[in-house]
Write a protein that binds this ligand. Structure first.
Ligand code: PMP
Length: 296
């Protein structure tokens, strides 16, 4: 992904895409001292940037470092990146990491670097998977307990579990992994939250071992507006058998139907279709470029 034309915003200035490099002794590379965000842009308008940059700062705080740019400065840098890249519909990746001033595990004495890149990215999964639905494979890797890792942070180090799970799922011929949490409850996919539709109602795992996604919160609020009842609770993996519909939510995934998981098949039914349409309408409406911060 590094061999491209264009620019990336790095520590306050624009550099050519190919030159946006870091030192091999960076703390972020050796010890996982890094966090990131993902923001989608619709018709030239970033969706929920306030919430995303708030989470960017919150994630850094969870890892005991401070982003040396305010949310307003990051927002300005994102908009200028989009302008220079000429992107009206795409994806923005802010990332921050501890630098290479020292080689100890300790974070003390490391500077914090920040970059923002943007590119066109219509769908996470290739081909017609977005409309036809994807296949999930339950991973043997699990989401850790909040006593083991900062599970509410969008911490790069936590994505190693996702990479292991995703590679395992792809080797099994599936599109993405389904992760259980450390207790054995259903948790999420590698970059998206999980919803089940049982008897017309939404059921989604309680966000106590993974990100309470901004898309998850948006979809729960759309469901409320549409009069669809929703239950946030601990869900046993065996309950997948009872689900008529299953879908994932995330900034990059949007509302992504699931057509199979571990041999169970699901329809792309009316609830998924209704919420997917409502989400598209909202992201394209120009609403949600700011506004009050949502909890989580
Ligand atoms: N879980 C994981 C592991 C993710 O990477 C993401 C994407 N940020 C989500 C859930 C969904 O979060 P959001 O809706 O805020 O993008």
């Amino acid at each position: 992904f590094d061999d491209r034309d264009g620019v990336i915003w790095l520590d306050g200035a624009f550099v050519p895409w190919r030159d946006a490099r870091l030192h091999v002794l960076s703390h972020g590379l050796h010890y996982g001292g890094g966090i990131f965000e993902g923001i989608r842009v619709y018709d030239g308008r970033p969706f929920k940037p306030v919430e995303h940059f708030q989470r960017f700062h919150d994630s850094a705080r969870e890892l005991n470092f401070r982003i040396p740019f305010s949310a307003a400065e990051l927002d300005g840098a994102m908009r200028e990146t989009l302008r220079q890249q000429g992107i009206a519909d795409g994806y923005v990746r802010p990332v921050a990491w501890r630098g290479s001033e020292q080689i100890s595990v300790s974070g003390a004495g490391t500077s914090v670097h920040v970059a923002i890149a943007a590119w066109e990215w219509p769908h996470v999964f290739a081909g017609d998977a977005h409309s036809r639905g994807i296949r999930l494979h339950t991973s043997r890797w699990r989401r850790p307990s909040p006593a083991t890792a900062p599970v509410q942070a969008k911490a790069a180090s936590l994505y190693n579990i996702c990479t292991l799970a995703r590679d395992e799922a792809e080797a099994a011929g599936c599109d993405d992994a389904l992760l259980l949490d450390f207790r054995g409850y259903l948790a999420e996919a590698t970059g998206a939250n999980l919803f089940l539709v049982i008897d017309g109602a939404l059921h989604t795992p309680t966000a106590d071992t993974f990100l309470n996604g901004i898309t998850r919160q948006t979809v729960l609020s759309l469901a409320k507006d549409l009069g669809i009842s929703a239950h946030e609770r601990h869900i046993q993996p065996g309950e997948l058998r009872r689900a008529d519909e299953v879908f994932l939510t995330g900034t990059a995934y949007e509302v992504q139907p699931v057509r199979a998981a571990d041999g169970h098949s699901f329809e792309i039914g009316s609830v998924t279709t209704m919420l997917s349409k409502a989400y598209t309408d909202l992201t394209r409406s120009g609403q949600g470029h700011g506004g009050p911060r949502r909890p989580g």
